[in-house]
Design a protein around this ligand. Sequence first.
Ligand code: NAP
Length: 336
Amino acid sequence: MTKTMRAALITHYRQAVPVIQRVPLPTPNANDVLVQIKAASINPIDLKTMAGGLKFLLPYQMPLIIGSDFAGTVVAVGTHVTDFQVGDAVYGRPRKHRIGTFAEYLAVDQADIALKPRNLSFTEAAAIPLVGLTSYQALHDLLRLRPGQRVLIQAGAGGIGTVAIQLAKTLGAKVTTTTSQKNTAFVQSLGADKVIDYHHEDFATTLSGYDAVFDTLGGPNLLRAFQIVKPGGRVVSISGLPDAKFARSYGLPWWKRQLIRLASHRLTQTAKRAHVSYHFLFMKPSHAQLTILTDLIAQERLRPIIDRTFPLTELPEALAYSHQGHARGKIVVTMV
Ligand SMILES: NC(=O)c1ccc[n+]([C@@H]2O[C@H](COP(=O)([O-])OP(=O)(O)OC[C@H]3O[C@@H](n4cnc5c(N)ncnc54)[C@H](OP(=O)(O)O)[C@@H]3O)[C@@H](O)[C@H]2O)c1
């Protein structure tokens, strides 16, 4: 008899809420482990995927189990798996065409996971992979922050911001962040050196001479970020428009590359005039970088911040809470 599991899936884009139903367990490939998921976090990409907002970059086949990162226990391993064994506690971010973590089981490539930090519960660990990897790739790989450099991290109280502030401090940077006044003391407790209350202060006219901006907001906030960065500095966005460099490296067909080039023309020109480099980041899974995050967590230099947890049966409520856009840290769904 086929084994089944509970999973949250959509059958079409713009479906209001995912349905939770029983589906067959996934079968691991040779390089995969089968994980029994204990917890998975909400990321805005889940809402964007459901809405069809990422179809241009990331078209999916339906039905689709949603959910982008997780923590759980290995219950089976593929024939080529060398690094993990049954019983290991792991966490990770599956590659883009193999999402589906709001489910009781996931088959995931061994290259996309790492051992769970021992000093975190499964619920805490599930709050790390997607935001941790994104922040690391932005701050370390693309902005190349060095000790003493000044960086603006937008939306410091959010899922990304709460991890990015801590990571930027481990790189020795001086961190400025934007948030509502109610979160000022909170982001300072994570390491922010300077806080801008975005309801009452305009970062673009208040700040100047920065080495780097990590933009999580996109739109006008991204365009105005170039005003505060000194020549030779860098801006990375995870919410703005992709640029031509990204389109080439992402392997998009020529007509999509062309559309991106036209859409990002104003942004590219703004960066050029300011003598500032611009990169759009679409994060990637990475075993090696998850291991770096695990070490930082073990050294207590990085900790997950969880706003609320919900059981899988309340996934629609968890997504609705995320949609409000004011979470303080992460929202985690447990598979109880
Ligand atoms: N490209 C990629 O690879 C990638 C990866 C991860 C995330 N992302 C994107 O990055 C964005 C942020 O993700 P997230 O997980 O951090 O989202 P999130 O947790 O939902 O962000 C919520 C936070 O944003 C703050 N906020 C809202 N508007 C703000 C503003 N104008 N200025 C400053 N803070 C503001 C809120 O603070 P207040 O309550 O104080 O308003 C709240 O704490 C999303 O669009 C997501 O899709 C992209």
